[in-house]
Design a protein around this ligand. Structure first.
Ligand code: ZN
Ligand code: ZN
Ligand code: FE
Length: 759
């Protein structure tokens, strides 16, 4: 008796070899019928014996292709059509779109082998790819995911590639970016004037390696944008790049050919090794072991951000010279987004790069390299972008269309639709016109590729944020509007990511976020759930001379902290020429908003300890303080418990902390031990306050978020101290603790409000 059913498979099932897989297993289970892609995923018309169909469906869910993520399989009985074979038929466009686009992943082992096989048709061809590897998100212009809707459209398949593309037994069956030297994209090497130097791949590889050895900076078009490559072992090359990029401090990412090579200069644990080798190929922050690369790569000293090659061309470079260690940093101008359009590359990067390696296929969506670090067996994100985006988060509960604008720093936005949340790639800081434009473009593109028209728009409370203005624009079009306090969003993002039920105590140790009272928050200890929060504690306020925009002058924050304790009779400042002006500003309350940000306390203390005066990148002072503390670790140190007062909750006395630090300095203690004692005091006091609230409110789940927890020393101390009290500590697993999580938190709050009829 023949049975017949229609099977719908949802999830990441396009561009991952799903239809060929179905084709192959259909033969295995004697299934006749059809399979095709549509805008909701993959649809199968299957006819066969009852048991065979059952086993066929079982096989789909048990052994899908490596890159597929099945979210759901639905089946309905339908009348038989009497097919005599099983075939793959063209994609159909439906009304509603709910399918997903796979992220960009690294070249697979099979393609890598062919790349270096002189007998292979694609020997030395830098755009070799197959169903299991290569670019996806970055080249997709629309769905369903078909070659005609990608930037491969302009390259028509040669007979050889077409043969593979159409052969269901072939690894490249329906691989949209499939190409060969005869029909696909090509690399070219240029001078920074645009003049072509070489168009022949062997020549480009050898010349590029030679140019790098000679100390040149090469802009290399990658998967999601241009990277700037240079020899990481030459001080002069590194310093030249720092100068041209106007980037005196922030560490550069590195690329090395193999894990073994990385082990020559970094410690690599098994978990870190698996992160380095994962198909997403993130930058992994590793503890430095030996000084192999220039000391100017990471002036903060402790960690090196390293990744393995992910594009064929990267492998070709390291094949030429396996000993190389390259800087591979995002090609952008100071705080602007990564450059990904060829026309921008030559205008914006020609004063930084000496040469360009580019290719004639467009990048449609830009992505930066992702950044992670390992804490034991856990992975923490600093930046979630290439390799991970736009993989969806499944929530299990349906929702209306919600767009969350995110925050203005380290921006990602997010959309929620049905039972998924999709977080955009990292879009950086939105302070520049270029950043603003890129943000708008990317929101537009996401609306298009996900057929998404938001009903609700969510933003931060901050009245000055660009993202708030964007939300206002959407609201003017009639969307319902929700505003979520910055630190509530931080905590809610973790509640969502870790699926925590009930109330938690959230610790948001952060830079600044706009508070419900209009002041600048940033050390919030709160009892929170998805819906609401109540602020239970924070550090006491101090003036921020010059306001939020002046936070690069951390010396001013140092003076402000000292002035709060000692008035004008400040110790330690005899040499400080600018102090009187700052005193004036503070006393007359000229552009000196009050803040309780712990991020700013780190800045101010770093200044008082003489570790930093002005900073060129966010968290620079805090990183110097952390580095100093790492050199001052003392397991026998007795923690200082910062006194707190109970007003509207616990107010931890920032002035007492400052006084403690000053007294240590006056006792002649060295800066490293003081830096360590400062960390210890904050962790210990946090424990005291949180343990008290936990007992009082009978809450056991503690959530940590906020950029300050990127400080690994503080993070490990706070976690250890809380766990010692029997508390369960949660950190995000799939999103960052920094402001990259804000959009996710905003969605979490909005979904809950919608679910409870509060919007
Ligand atoms: Zn492959
Ligand atoms: Zn071809
Ligand atoms: Fe924040």
């Amino acid at each position: 008796m023949k049975h017949c059913c229609q099977i719908r498979v949802k999830g990441i099932v396009q561009g991952v070899g799903f239809r060929p897989f179905i084709y192959r297993i259909a033969a295995l289970f004697h299934i006749m019928g059809r399979v095709w892609n549509d805008t909701q995923g993959v649809l199968i018309h299957a006819e066969g014996g009852e048991d065979d169909i059952r086993d066929f469906i079982q096989e789909i869910s048990a052994n899908p292709p490596p890159l597929a993520v099945i979210q759901d399989i639905e089946q309905v009985e339908i009348p038989c059509a009497g097919y005599g074979d099983f075939t793959i038929v063209p994609s159909r466009v439906l009304e509603t779109r709910s399918t997903f686009i796979p992220p960009d992943i690294c070249i697979c082992d099979e393609c890598l082998e062919e790349l270096f096989d002189p007998e292979d048709k694609r020997f030395q061809y830098p755009f070799i790819t197959c169903t299991n590897c290569g670019p996806r998100f970055s080249i997709v212009d629309d769905i369903p995911y078909d070659r005609s809707r990608t930037s491969m459209e302009q390259f028509s398949l040669c007979p050889y590639c077409r043969g593979e593309y159409e052969d269901p037994q072939n690894r490249r069956f329906h691989t949209q970016p499939v190409a060969c030297p005869a029909c696909g994209p090509h690399l070219t090497l240029h001078k920074n004037t645009g003049e072509v130097v070489s168009v022949e791949i062997r020549d480009i590889v050898t010349r590029t390696v030679q140019l790098i050895r000679e100390g040149n900076i090469i802009a290399i078009k990658g998967t999601g944008g241009y990277l700037l490559g240079a020899d990481a072992r030459q001080d002069s090359a590194v310093l030249k790049l720092r100068e041209r990029k106007c980037r005196p401090f922030k560490a550069f990412a590195l690329m090395a050919g193999t894990v073994e090579r990385i082990k020559d200069f970094c410690h690599v644990t098994e978990h870190e090794k698996s992160l380095l080798l994962s198909k997403e190929r993130p930058i992994v922050l590793l503890l430095e072991k030996e000084p192999l690369v220039s000391r100017h790569i990471a002036p903060s000293g402790i960690y090196q951000g390293v990744m393995l090659p992910y594009m064929p061309f990267h492998y070709q470079l390291f094949h030429e010279d396996p000993s190389m260690v390259l800087i591979m940093t995002s090609g952008n101008v100071s705080d602007e987004p990564i450059v990904f359009r060829d026309r921008d590359a030559f205008t914006k990067l020609s004063h930084i790069a000496d040469y360009f390696v580019t290719y004639d296929r467009d990048i449609i969506s830009q992505t930066d390299d992702s950044v992670v670090f390992a804490d034991g067996d856990e992975t923490h994100f600093i930046r979630r972008s290439r390799g991970y985006v736009p993989a969806p988060f499944y929530t299990g509960k349906g929702t209306c269309h919600i767009l969350s604008a995110g925050g203005d720093l380290k921006n990602s936005f997010a959309l929620a639709k049905d039972d998924t949340i999709i977080l955009s790639q990292y879009l950086g800081d939105l302070a520049t016109p270029g950043g603003n434009r890129q943000y708008r473009d990317t929101v537009d593109r996401f609306q298009k590729i996900y057929d998404f028209s938001p009903e609700i728009i969510v933003s931060d409370l901050h009245p000055g944020y660009f993202t708030t203005a964007i939300a206002d624009e959407f609201a003017e079009k009639g969307l319902r509007r929700i505003r979520v306090q910055h630190h509530h969003a931080h905590i809610a993002s973790v509640i969502e990511d870790r699926s925590i039920e009930g109330s938690v105590i959230g610790i948001a140790y952060d830079g600044t976020g706009y508070g419900t009272d209009g002041t600048l928050w940033g050390s919030e200890i709160m009892v929170a759930d998805r819906m609401e929060f109540s602020r239970m504690g924070h550090f006491s306020y101090f003036p921020l001379p010059g306001g939020e925009s002046a936070i690069t002058d951390v010396w001013k924050i140092g003076i402000s902290l000292l002035h709060q304790c000692y008035g004008r009779d400040v110790p330690l400042l005899d040499e400080e020429k600018g102090k009187d002006v700052i005193f004036e500003i503070i006393e007359k309350k000229i552009n000196s908003p009050m803040t309780c940000s712990i991020g700013r306390i780190f800045d101010g203390i770093a200044a008082i300890l003489g570790l930093s005066r002005t900073i060129s990148t966010e968290a620079e002072a805090a990183q110097r303080l952390e580095m100093a503390a790492m050199n001052g670790i003392n397991p026998f140190a007795v923690p200082y418990e910062i006194p707190f007062i109970q007003e509207d909750g616990f107010v931890i006395r920032t002035d007492a902390l400052t006084r403690y630090i000053v007294e240590l300095l006056q006792e002649g203690r060295d800066v490293e031990s003081i830096a360590y004692l400062f960390h210890l005091a904050i962790a210990k006091t946090t424990e005291n306050v949180v343990a008290f609230i936990a007992r009082e409110k009978n809450i056991n789940n503690i959530v940590l978020s906020g950029g300050v927890f990127q400080n690994r020393l503080l993070l490990s101390m706070v976690r250890e101290f809380l766990e010692k009290n029997g508390l369960q500590v949660y950190l995000p697993r799939r999103i960052p603790v920094n402001d990259g999580c804000i959009a996710m938190g905003q969605i979490a709050v909005a979904k809950e409000m919608v679910g409870n009829g509060k919007v």
